[in-house]
Design a protein around this ligand. Structure first.
Ligand SMILES: Cc1cc2nc3c(=O)[nH]c(=O)nc-3n(C[C@H](O)[C@H](O)[C@H](O)COP(=O)(O)O)c2cc1C
Length: 194
């Protein structure tokens, strides 16, 4: 499966520590010839942290994707009726967004875009990064793993000693996950040790 000219929504949420690797992975994806359509959650647009400023993240996304990220719910809704994406990736996906998605909540541009995209019966990929993956959010991961058209970038425990409930996706498996999901397959194994 070629990624050239595939239209891929890239929905970014507030797991700021993963952004450095995320940008590198997005550049790789772009180099495969995919057209990337960025979307930012409210948190990713507003929270300043030791990992950087929202304005810098916005600019970096523009540089990599050649497009202004979608930052409003009303601008994310047309992904449904326009139906031009081949796939959408929530990368990185926080515990917060994961929990809301699993429970049908649509109160950020990322969740609106995901809901609009899923109505078109096309694949949605989740790249988790959350300290409560084996805690409060495990039930939501289970629910989404068992949901139609939803696929996961294989994930594992990134630091089982200091953060025993933390789960993080393997970014280097994003592209193979996309290729498999475009053929309606979950890349296996889905659990991969760090
Ligand atoms: C510096 C910083 C790093 C964070 N890292 C993570 C993270 O890796 N995973 C996560 O689930 N939440 C993380 N959070 C919390 C989320 O940003 C927060 O839950 C936010 O409401 C997420 O909103 P969103 O899912 O709409 O982007 C972090 C917050 C801050 C300030």
């Amino acid at each position: 499966m070629e990624l050239k000219n595939k239209n891929i929504g890239i929905a970014i949420t507030g797991s700021f520590c993963t952004y450095e690797k995320m940008f590198i992975t997005l550049e790789e994806l772009k180099n495969c010839g995919a057209n990337l359509f960025p979307i930012m959650s409210n948190a990713s647009q507003t929270i300043n942290s030791r990992f950087g400023s929202p304005a810098d993240f916005f600019d970096k996304l523009v540089t990599i994707t050649d497009k202004n990220p979608i930052t409003k719910i009303e601008d994310a809704e047309p992904f449904g009726p326009k139906n031009f994406l081949d796939m959408m990736v929530i990368f990185p996906c926080t515990g917060n967004t994961l929990a809301k998605l699993a429970n049908g909540i649509t109160d950020t541009p990322v969740l609106m875009a995901a809901k609009a995209h899923l109505r078109n019966n096309k694949p949605l990929i989740i790249s988790i990064s959350t300290n409560d993956g084996l805690g409060m959010n495990l039930k939501n991961i289970g629910l989404l793993l068992n949901s139609k058209n939803i696929y996961f970038v294989p994930f594992g425990q990134d630091d089982y000693i200091k953060k025993p409930n933390s789960l993080v996706a393997h970014y280097n498996l994003l592209i193979p996950t996309i290729i498999n999901a475009l053929e309606n397959r979950q890349l296996q194994p889905v659990l991969v040790q760090y």
